[in-house]
Design a protein around this ligand. Structure first.
Ligand code: NAD
Length: 340
């Protein structure tokens, strides 16, 4: 006789790490850019979570198909597809969380900053709609360059008078995921049990892994530490090169985006002690935005946990990141100021 097979309903823990409880909640979550390389697998992971009650999929292409496809999965999240700018208000209405992987990805030879010309307008338009139609939602921006798209989001929310710094996040989780994986590979550990905070920004040398704060503690000689740090900083480019023109990280980014979304949903749902790093408005350094570990709660950021104790090597990395970070932030702020 056939026994009933356990269904692979993913709690975040079902993703392989015990970073989320298996609690249920009925959050309405929108994915903006849902038909893309990140958007589709991210939407699949969200559809498979008991934390999501409604999944609102928005894009300028293909959302009816993506939504129809996902809606047949035997989990309770109700899926709806929205196509084109005139359907965006309906997609956002009542959302408690918006996850945004809309915009163009890198091709070989491009930096994240090269995406600014296209993605700045995409993010400004989409976040303006969020500020109008779901001003209370948690806004999780994946679209690059994150070091500029978060200042853009902030300035748009400020312009519309609905700004709350505790609810706007630049998703840098993929840097943490990569750091955990690479440290585990190097030290022969289970990656699901390695935790490396990554601070700073989300581009090249602004990505600062704090190997000295790795849990469990790891000893890595300086030459290997230098190479490991550079690999984490350039890991996105490793994928861009390997994909040879077909885009940047999508599957690992979908995993990372889902990890961040589940952590935040858990915290919104009352789970205590949830900590994730993200690129946010910050007073921890001279840079007005900076990623550090954040204690998350019902209303977003509950407490910024700061940089912690850095090694001399890490202090140097922070100092070296400052000018690029500040320039990218200013570029985002100026874009909104100069926009009609
Ligand atoms: P993609 O081209 O495969 O998908 C992007 C999607 O956005 C497409 O479906 C497109 O139709 C949609 N889109 C474009 N303009 C839109 C608009 N105005 N409104 C709604 N949807 C719109 O790209 P991808 O590989 O999924 O990457 C998406 C973004 O994520 C890129 O900017 C990329 O650089 C970024 N990214 C960020 C990280 C990170 O760590 N934060 C990692 C990887 C990629």
């Amino acid at each position: 006789m056939l026994s009933r097979v356990a269904r692979p309903v993913a709690t975040a823990a079902g993703l392989g790490r015990s970073f989320s409880g298996s609690s249920q909640c009925n959050a309405k979550v929108a994915v903006l850019g849902a038909s893309g390389g990140i958007g589709q697998p991210l939407s699949l992971l969200l559809k498979n979570s008991p934390l999501v009650g409604e999944l609102s999929l928005y894009d300028i292409a293909h959302t009816p198909g993506v939504a129809a496809d996902l809606s047949h999965i035997e989990t309770r999240a109700k899926v709806t597809g929205y196509l084109g700018a005139e359907q965006l208000p309906a997609a956002l209405k009542g959302c408690e969380m918006v996850v945004m992987p809309a915009g163009v990805p890198r091709k070989p030879g491009m930096t994240r900053d090269d995406l600014f010309t296209t993605n700045a307008s995409v993010v400004a338009d989409l976040t303006e709609a969020c500020a109008r139609h779901c001003p209370e939602a948690m806004i999780c921006v994946i679209s690059n360059p994150v070091n500029s798209t978060i200042p853009i989001t902030t300035e748009v929310f400020k312009k519309l008078g609905v700004y709350n710094p505790n609810k706007i996040f630049g998703v840098s989780t993929l840097d943490i995921v990569r750091a955990n994986t690479f440290v585990a590979e190097l030290k022969g550990l289970d990656p699901a049990r390695v935790s490396v905070p990554v601070i700073g920004g989300h581009a090249g040398k602004t990505i600062i892994p704090l190997i000295s704060q790795c849990n469990p503690k790891v000893e890595i000689p300086q030459d290997k530490l230098q190479a490991l740090t550079e690999r984490i900083q350039e890991a996105g480019t490793e994928v861009v090169k390997a994909k040879a023109g077909a885009g940047s990280a999508t599957l690992s980014m979908a995993y990372a985006g889902a990890r961040f979304a589940f952590s935040l949903l858990d915290a919104m749902n009352g789970k205590e002690g949830v900590v994730e790093c993200a690129f946010v408005r910050s007073e921890e350094t001279e840079s007005p935005y900076f990623s550090t570990p954040l204690l998350l709660g019902k209303n977003g950021i509950e407490k910024n946990l700061g940089l912690g104790k850095l090694s001399a090597f890490e202090e140097k990395l922070v100092a070296e990141a400052m000018s690029e970070l500040k320039a990218s932030i200013k570029k985002g702020e100026d874009f909104v100021k100069n926009r009609k």
